[in-house]
Design a protein around this ligand. Structure first.
Ligand code: FAD
Ligand code: FAD
Ligand code: FAD
Length: 326
């Protein structure tokens, strides 16, 4: 059922088998499997997540390479709800481990918010990450290109940059190293720091040896039409011709609600999981971009399958057998 502030009261006494934080690629996959195992689950999705901005999913077997992430989210949400999952638009603020259950505090409504608490036996952390984008006074100018011809994922879109003039936008010197991987796809790389970091002589020399220009001035605006980049203008007036680009400025991890939970093993901001997507806490699973591993839709979807199946196994093994009694 789709929940909202109007009907969520009906679920406040429910102990869900699993609450899924994040209804993106991994979370919806988990919800579809959980629902089909006959388990009670609730997906909580804030909106405006990473896969929403994926304008085309290029590399998922059998899907048209122009398939937008938002279509998958819309269809996947309907699928999960049709099989019996609950779905709520809201923002998970905090999770408390109560021993046998988790208490999940949710902010519902950006204005006149209410803060219901839902309970579950298992928690699936499927809240992903979001890419850091260059900040301009006019963010719409960034959004007009980011996710179209200005990419954030080389594995996803390197192919679409083949032999084009490309800008690599970074915020830290170490992020420049992506140039030496991106050159698999195109050698026509210009590096832009947007004035955010200093670059050592050693790195400058390495870039010069490869023939990759470096500009350290801030970006004024992206230039182009109809989401197709033609170049970048810097505040010092320089114009750089480029039909594509890669933003490699790191990510914001949607993991704050887990920071108070004991016993979770982290690798930086990523959760470490086993082969069934289970974290070091036996009742918390983590999927997709939030866990250590490759940030791809195919991986997140498979993680959702594994997590839901392990939760089913755990619950099934603790349940009495169903006998055919007349
Ligand atoms: P997501 O799909 O991002 O789902 C996480 C969800 O959690 C989000 O919807 C978010 O709104 C929600 N959330 C976060 N915090 C909270 C909270 N506190 N409360 C409630 N909800 C919350 N991958 C490919 O395989 N192929 C591609 O071609 C490709 N192209 C891409 C292009 C772009 C422009 C971008 C941005 C990404 C692309 N990706 C691609 C990567 C792909 O989107 C991710 O790897 C994938 O979505 C990860 O799935 P996930 O379930 O881990 O995260
Ligand atoms: P969030 O981080 O989602 O939320 C901020 C706060 O709002 C939360 O802490 C919470 O208190 C509250 N909140 C959020 N959701 C809810 C809810 N459902 N209920 C109650 N409270 C809530 N963004 C755009 O707006 N337009 C674009 O065109 C665009 N293009 C993008 C392209 C790419 C390639 C990428 C990677 C990102 C893009 N973004 C775009 C995303 C942008 O960078 C931000 O991540 C996004 O806009 C943040 O949304 P938000 O302000 O709601 O913040
Ligand atoms: P396959 O997709 O089987 O691919 C292996 C290929 O290798 C085959 O096409 C075979 O012809 C070929 N091959 C084998 N030997 C050789 C050789 N020596 N030389 C050349 N080619 C060879 N899974 C789900 O997730 N959801 C479902 O709802 C679902 N329903 C199913 C219903 C049915 C009736 C069946 C039979 C399976 C179903 N499955 C379902 C399982 C799913 O089909 C498999 O898990 C999946 O196809 C495995 O992928 P694969 O690449 O390992 O194998």
């Amino acid at each position: 059922m789709r929940l909202s502030s109007k009907n969520l009261d009906t679920r406040l006494d429910t102990v869900y088998d699993a609450i899924v934080v994040g209804g993106g690629m991994g979370g919806l996959s988990a919800a579809i499997y959980l629902a089909r195992y006959g388990l009670k689950c609730l997906v909580i999705e804030k909106g405006k997540g990473r896969s929403m901005w994926m304008q085309d999913l290029r590399n998922y077997v059998g899907l048209d390479p122009d398939t937008p992430g938002r279509d998958i989210i819309n269809h996947g949400t309907k699928q999960a709800v049709d099989w019996g999952a609950d779905h709520l638009r809201g923002y998970v603020e905090d999770v408390t481990d109560e021993g046998d259950t988790f208490a999940v505090k949710v902010k519902v409504g950006k204005k006149d918010s209410i803060y219901p608490v839902f309970r579950s036996k298992y928690l699936i952390a499927a809240s992903g990450v979001i890419d850091v984008l260059p900040e301009l006074d006019d963010m719409q100018n960034v959004y007009d290109y980011a996710g179209y011809t200005l990419h954030v994922c080389m594995i996803c879109d390197g192919f679409d940059m083949w032999d084009q003039k490309a800008v690599l936008i970074v915020g830290k010197e170490s992020q420049i190293n992506a140039a030496f991987v991106l050159n698999w796809f195109t050698p026509y790389i210009t590096v832009l720091t947007h004035g955010l970091c200093t670059v050592s002589d050693e790195m400058k020399q390495k870039l010069a040896e490869h023939g990759y220009p470096l500009y350290e001035s801030a970006i004024a605006r992206f230039v182009g039409e109809d989401h197709k980049m033609q170049g970048v203008e810097l505040v010092d007036g320089t114009f750089i011709e480029a039909t594509t680009g890669l933003i490699n400025m790191g990510s914001i991890y949607h993991n704050h609600y887990l920071k108070g939970i004991e016993g979770l093993e982290w690798d930086g901001e990523n959760l470490v999981t086993n082969e069934m997507a289970q974290t070091s806490h036996d009742r918390i699973f983590a999927l997709g971009d939030l866990k250590k591993g490759l940030n791809q839709v195919s991986v997140a979807v498979a993680d959702g399958t594994l997590a839901a199946t392990q939760i089913w196994r755990n619950i099934r093994r603790q349940s009495p057998p169903r006998k055919w009694e007349s």
